[in-house]
Design a protein around this ligand. Structure first.
Ligand SMILES: Nc1ncnc2c1ncn2[C@@H]1O[C@H](COP(=O)(O)OP(=O)(O)OP(=O)(O)O)[C@@H](O)[C@H]1O
Ligand SMILES: [Mg+2]
Length: 288
């Protein structure tokens, strides 16, 4: 890792482009390019997911399907979208209604109709919020429908970006399966780095189909401390880059403004875009 002032770790542009090209070639033509974001609680996963979607929109990588997979959903706030209902709500509604569906339609047809209504359509992206987790009861039927719909989604959007809940649970549930690029976000702390390491270890242990991972340090004051860079190296990880603590994000958060609308010259926006470019994230990665 190059320890200079640059936000993105040293990988030549051509290396990154070749790697992304390779991922593209190995994917089925009809499949979306799947990006997921994971890491310890409060490290900035949702904020960076918002900035990623912002970058993709600005670079014509649309339409993006944004999925909020955190039960404590707040990606919609970062994106500036009002969300009325979630998959979790629909799941509960169907579970509570065993008999006929409105209009006498089959349960599956009703589910699909309602699911389409749950998708918030916005310029450049659509948003789907998973919502609350399952309660007691048998969800097999509804979960099978959700799985079927998720597979269908993969063919409808060139890009899917999933903001995960904190920790490792989503990995054990294998919702982070079939991921082309997994961003593992950490704050500049030992615990953040160790959680990142656990995320990567668990992905390997569970043999999750994750093609590429990128470790990002977020909310860095000044430059990352040498002790942290050493720890990353000792743990056998490679830092893709780091994003500075940005007063603009704090300010937007306090005012309830969507991070998606941060100005182009905002320090976090500039730094994260440099990392994304270095990783070879460009419209080509989803081309069939
Ligand atoms: N680069 C940054 N500079 C300043 N503040 C930041 C930065 N990144 C995130 N934040 C702030 O840190 C807080 C946590 O961010 P965020 O909600 O994105 O984290 P998270 O990892 O998604 O949290 P959770 O685990 O609860 O889902 C928010 O108040 C956000 O505004
Ligand atoms: Mg979050």
């Amino acid at each position: 890792m190059r320890r200079t002032l640059s936000y993105a770790a040293a990988t030549s542009d051509s290396e990154a482009t070749q790697e992304m090209d390779c991922l593209r070639r190995n994917r089925g033509k009809e499949m979306a390019f799947n990006i997921a974001v994971a890491g310890k609680g409060g490290v900035g996963k949702t904020s960076l997911t918002g900035l990623l979607i912002r970058y993709m929109i600005n670079n014509g990588m649309t339409p993006v399907m944004a999925i909020d997979a955190d039960a404590n959903a707040n990606l919609h706030e970062v994106l500036g979208v009002a969300v009325e209902s979630t998959i979790g709500d629909l799941r509960e509604e169907l579970l509570g209604r065993d008999g006929a569906q409105p209009g006498g339609m089959p349960k599956e047809t009703y589910f699909e109709m309602m699911l389409h209504q749950l998708v918030a359509e916005c310029p450049g992206f659509d948003l789907l919020v998973m919502g609350r987790p399952e309660g007691p009861g048998c969800y097999c039927f509804v979960n099978n429908l959700i799985r079927k719909y998720s597979d269908e989604l993969s063919t409808k959007y060139p890009y899917i970006v999933t903001d995960n809940e904190a920790g490792l649970e989503h990995m054990s549930r294998r919702t982070t399966q079939n991921t082309d690029l997994l961003f593992v976000v950490s704050d500049p702390s030992q615990r953040g780095i160790r959680t990142a390491k656990r995320v990567l270890d668990l992905a390997a242990e569970l043999k999750l189909d994750i093609k590429k991972t990128a470790l990002i340090l977020n909310r860095v004051d000044g430059e990352p401390a040498p002790a942290l860079l050493n720890l990353i190296e000792e743990e056998g990880m490679v830092l893709a880059g780091w994003v500075p603590a940005d007063p603009g994000i704090t300010d937007y958060d306090l005012r309830g403004e969507p991070v998606l609308q941060l100005p182009d010259d905002s320090p976090a926006v500039v730094a994260f875009e440099e990392i994304l470019k270095t990783l070879g994230i460009s419209p080509g990665v989803a081309a069939g």
